[in-house]
Design a protein around this ligand. Structure first.
Ligand SMILES: Nc1ncnc2c1ncn2[C@@H]1O[C@H](COP(=O)(O)OP(=O)(O)OP(=O)(O)O)[C@@H](O)[C@H]1O
Ligand SMILES: [Mg+2]
Length: 280
């Protein structure tokens, strides 16, 4: 698998105030996200997730380290292949949904007619067709979020970066968002998903990284991250309560059929809490 995003030893300090006080936002992070992968980037508030994303997008420069997109340094050309939903999307409120999304399509180099057709399709994908001719200023928070997603996918990018895509969405909207991410994955796109919704990340991502105070506290395959060391689970078909009590020794002799043997797991939510606690 080729790398869609390759980050090595990124460090980022922000300076603010007249004294130029420095905040260490990223403290040497490295990771590689393969093409076609849905990768979760999670961590507590202020961990450095949005900073990482902005560096990948070329919106911020790191103090040191390197970021490559599809094997090349971040450039204008590389950015054409990226769709981005910012964490707090802000749109010009007098444009209608269709005008807004067409505008972004044109920014990505599409001609007028093609841009309108692509915008209609993107708005349909995010469930905003009915509100396409309404001004964006009249949209609800969840509708704005959907419009943000539509602009992120309108140019059919190979890499889609979503910073808090489910923020402000109702449960149905969140499920719709998850379905769109699944569709992107099935279309072979790479998705970097940054979210505080652990259940979505657990369901959608094949790998994830947990950022804590600008460092990677854990990274790996979702299955592996959530395994409990040294424990296995037996899923046994046809066993009653009595059989279960004696299961470890007598399963075979009692005629119970062991159909699956897999590692016992904790939820991503629990793993997240433990990792953050351990890093304090
Ligand atoms: N422009 C800025 N100037 C100064 N400090 C900043 C700036 N942007 C971010 N920071 C600081 O950098 C750190 C990382 O911020 P970042 O926005 O990357 O976190 P995050 O993981 O995206 O958090 P959240 O989950 O709240 O969105 C925080 O301490 C934040 O205060
Ligand atoms: Mg953020």
């Amino acid at each position: 698998m080729n790398a869609a995003i390759e980050i090595s030893n990124l460090k980022k300090y922000y300076k603010y105030g007249i004294r130029g006080i420095a905040v260490k936002a990223l403290d040497g992070i490295s990771m590689s996200i393969g093409e076609g992968e849905v990768f979760g980037l999670i961590g507590p508030n202020g961990a450095g997730k949005s900073t990482t994303i902005k560096i990948i997008l070329g919106l911020l420069r790191p103090n040191s380290g390197e970021c490559r997109i599809f094997g090349k340094p971040v450039s204008k050309d590389a950015k054409k292949h990226i769709g981005y939903l910012p964490e707090n999307p802000y749109f010009y409120k007098y444009l209608t949904g269709i005008e807004l999304v067409s505008f972004y399509a044109k920014l990505c180099g599409m001609k007028s007619e093609k841009a309108t057709a692509a915008a209609e399709k993107a708005l349909d994908t995010v469930g905003l067709s009915d509100a396409a001719n309404r001004q964006v200023g009249l949209y609800s928070k969840g509708m704005l979020q959907r419009a943000g997603l539509a602009q992120a996918i309108v140019h059919n990018p190979s890499l889609v970066i979503l910073d808090e895509p489910a923020s402000g969405l109702d449960p149905i909207g969140a499920a719709d968002m998850a379905a769109i991410v699944t569709r992107l994955k099935n279309d072979g796109k790479t998705v970097l998903l940054c979210s505080h919704m652990m259940s979505e990340v657990e369901k959608l991502c094949s790998r994830a990284a947990i950022l804590c105070s600008g460092k990677i506290a854990a990274i790996g395959k979702m299955d592996k991250l959530l395994e409990i060391d040294g424990r296995v689970r037996l899923d046994i078909d046809g066993a009653d309560a009595k059989t279960l009590a004696k299961i470890s020794e007598f399963a075979a002799s009692l005629g119970a059929n062991v159909v699956e043997k897999s590692a016992a797991k904790i939820s991503l939510e629990e793993f997240f809490k433990r990792t953050v606690e351990a890093g304090k």
